[in-house]
Design a protein around this ligand. Structure first.
Ligand code: GTP
Ligand code: MG
Length: 314
């Protein structure tokens, strides 16, 4: 990529449009190159035809969209980092931990440990790479008001970390509805510009969508919005080489509307976008069983974890 060129160098982008794009989070060529014409048109208050031209120019300047050979991909895969879950068994199931540049979905019934795992990941993201961390900050999109600094403090102390330092590296936003939740992904891009963010958490990814789009008639609309949201999240992961953990609640028993619990709400679209899907179910006491479902390169399998005061453990 040519480092010298910026958004202002794009044909048809004057200072006013550049500023609007900047405000909407389209502040580098790559972000524009991978955006859709309608999203760009809306963000910059321009016509779709102009947006198409700008995107085409950005694609050329940012040099995206070419084919590469498998050995190059293998080399790129070496730069993927793995974030530990603090459970050896769960890390092994995930092929070393939660992977960067991908979405890992934790789904299961209430109390299955989804939120606890996301808290553990926030703490671990602060740790150095030698400890399975990312040496980085987290953005946490909280839709159910379940982020608990108290838990972060407990989990930090268990790993001999300064709890205040850890809390200062977690940027939390409450999402009040699905629309707000989608906007927060754009906001997260701003935070990532000023801080080394390498983890995004969305807990819960689906609760607002589920509550707002009710009944079969709303299903297509819900899937479309959720799809758009997931692509924005994947875009965030790509731009920042960040790991993403999302949660998704499902009933323990099949129900008439959502069907088989292992086929989480969000259906096919979510299934195709999340790179790793972990189904969590309750076992005796503080034990939880995690099952890996359709991963691109890992065998299906199970890991037993426990949720204790210190956090997630084997
Ligand atoms: P929903 O958000 O309701 O769908 O559930 P969830 O899957 O997010 O569940 P969550 O991660 O909140 O797990 C809750 C469980 O974690 C509780 O039932 C407890 O067993 C356990 N837990 C939470 N906090 C603590 C704690 O401070 N100490 C211990 N020992 N266990 C805890
Ligand atoms: Mg939860």
């Amino acid at each position: 990529m040519d480092e010298e060129r910026t958004v202002e160098d794009l044909p048809g982008v004057g200072p006013a449009t550049a500023e609007k794009l900047q405000e909407a989070g389209f502040d580098d060529l790559m972000a524009i190159a991978v955006s859709s014409p309608s999203a760009l048109a809306e963000a910059a208050d321009i016509g779709e035809a102009t947006a198409i031209k700008i995107i085409a120019a950005a694609k050329k300047m940012a040099d995206v969209g070419g084919f590469v050979t498998g050995d190059v991909i293998m080399e790129q895969r070496r730069t993927v980092s793995k974030l530990t879950t603090s459970s050896k068994a769960l890390d092994e199931l995930l092929g070393g931990g939660v992977e960067s540049c991908a979405i890992t979905e934790f789904f299961g019934e209430f109390g299955s440990g989804k939120t606890q795992i996301t808290h553990q990941l926030c703490v671990n993201a602060c740790r150095g790479e030698e400890d399975g961390g990312l040496d980085a900050h987290t953005v946490f999109i909280d839709t159910e008001n379940t982020f608990r600094p108290e838990r972060i403090i407990q989990m930090s102390m268990a790993h001999d970390l300064d709890p205040t330092e850890v809390l200062q590296k977690i940027h939390v936003a409450r999402a009040f509805n699905s629309h707000h939740q989608m906007l927060l992904v754009e906001k997260a891009k701003e935070i990532a510009r000023n801080n080394p963010v390498k983890l995004m958490v969305v807990d819960s990814l689906t609760a607002h969508f589920r509550a707002e789009y009710i009944g079969r008639g709303a299903l297509a609309d819900r899937q479309q919005k959720l799809n758009k949201h997931l692509h924005a999240i994947l875009n965030f992961a790509d731009l920042n080489k960040a790991a993403v953990a999302v949660t998704n609640q499902v009933a323990a028993k099949p129900d008439a509307f959502f069907g088989d619990p292992t086929r989480a709400i969000g259906g096919h679209i979510l299934g195709h976008t999340s790179t790793f899907r972990l189904y969590l179910r309750k076992s005796k006491g503080n034990r939880r069983i995690a099952r890996l479902i359709d991963s691109p390169n890992l065998p299906e399998g199970e890991a037993v974890i426990t949720v204790i005061e210190d956090g997630i453990r084997d």
